[in-house]
Write a new protein. Structure first.
Length: 341
């Protein structure tokens, strides 16, 4: 996280230098360049494994065209019904219904520069096999590894990609049962450095609430809190929501979306200044245009929204073992946290 903070400061300085590079050339030749320097579309052009429940997005840099339009169509040219909205500098198209698996689609983006120049971007892409039927009973006893480090961080915008470098511990998800449109899962932290990731036997498992599985192979679950590791610190993701879809063979989960809010106060020591106040990270985030939000405990605006999607989750090494009290296990009795009791 120290590098994360330094990284954001470096980015800010670079941005300022780019705007004040000492260029004194006053010869404009009456040429007004487009104010929009870059547009990134998602799914990317030629993407062959897009998620069937994906949103379609266009991110404008450094500024947007408020009148830009985005449309999606299948290979026959039939328009996909949906609604468009702005999320900061990203124009987001949300389909009214899930897309078809293993199907070709195209995105058409039209926008206008400040100088009046009109531009169009067309991106062709294809959905993966995910979305086809899954044998729910065959999922029981399987486990999956959430690859948080390679997630697409939608929020906090601008520093989410750097944050991913510090999610050093894998999260495992195990399937206990599937019945009547519901699925029961448990979570576990992987043993640090284990490869393939193996369940940490001296950490309690996470007892997720029952998830909605009525739209199989898609599942969705939400709860009060979920712990993740950032660098060497454990932080809590409050008011979390987790969703995704199983592949037809049940050998991986695709399109996993994780969201909630993180209390930044436990991470302040990573800034390296012992005199920093509880709001130090929020002050820094504010300088980058990122606002902290109220924490659920009512103590103040110290939390940052976190939204990560496009998380892949390959199948793990086998079923997870439910552990409620690690200190009751002989193998864990010498652990420092057990000695403190």
């Amino acid at each position: 996280m120290t590098q994360l903070i330094k990284g954001t400061m470096v980015l800010s300085c670079l941005a300022m230098m780019a705007c004040n590079n000492g260029d004194t050339d006053t010869d404009t030749d009456d040429v007004v360049e487009c104010n929009i320097k870059q547009v990134d579309v998602f799914p990317a052009p030629d993407e062959a494994r897009a998620y069937y429940r994906t949103s379609v997005e266009a991110n404008f840099k450094p500024e947007k065209d408020d009148n830009a339009t985005i449309a999606v169509a299948d290979s026959s040219g039939t328009a996909v019904a949906g609604t468009s909205s702005w999320r900061n500098n990203s124009l987001v198209f949300a389909p009214d219904a899930p897309l078809a698996p293993s199907t070709e689609y195209s995105t058409t983006l039209d926008y206008t520069c400040g100088n009046g120049e009109t531009k169009q971007i067309v991106a062709n892409w294809t959905t993966s096999e995910v979305g086809a039927a899954t044998d729910a009973t065959a999922l029981v006893g399987k486990s999956y590894v959430l690859d948080l480090a390679n997630a697409r961080f939608v929020e906090p915008e601008g520093i989410g990609a750097l944050l991913s470098q510090y999610l050093t511990v894998d999260v495992l998800v195990g399937i206990e049962s599937t019945d009547a449109g519901e699925i029961k899962m448990i979570g576990a932290i992987a043993e640090d450095g284990s490869e393939p990731p193996a369940q940490a036997t001296c950490d309690p498992t996470i007892d997720f609430p029952v998830a909605d599985f009525s739209e199989s192979p898609f599942f969705a679950v939400s709860g009060d809190s979920f712990e993740i590791s950032v660098d060497e610190f454990t932080v809590t993701l409050e008011d979390f929501a987790l969703s995704g879809s199983f592949s037809p063979a049940g050998d991986y989960i695709d399109g996993v979306n994780l969201q909630g809010s993180i209390d930044t106060r436990p991470l302040v020591p990573l800034m390296g200044d012992e005199t920093s106040g509880d709001d130090a990270i929020c002050v820094l985030a504010g300088s980058l245009g990122i606002n902290c939000i109220p924490c659920s405990d009512g103590t103040g605006d110290f939390c940052l929204s976190l939204v990560a999607d496009s998380i892949s989750a390959p199948e793990g090494e086998g079923p997870l073992t439910k552990i409620e009290d690690p200190c009751a296990l002989e193998a864990c009795s010498e652990e420092p946290e057990c000695q403190e009791e």
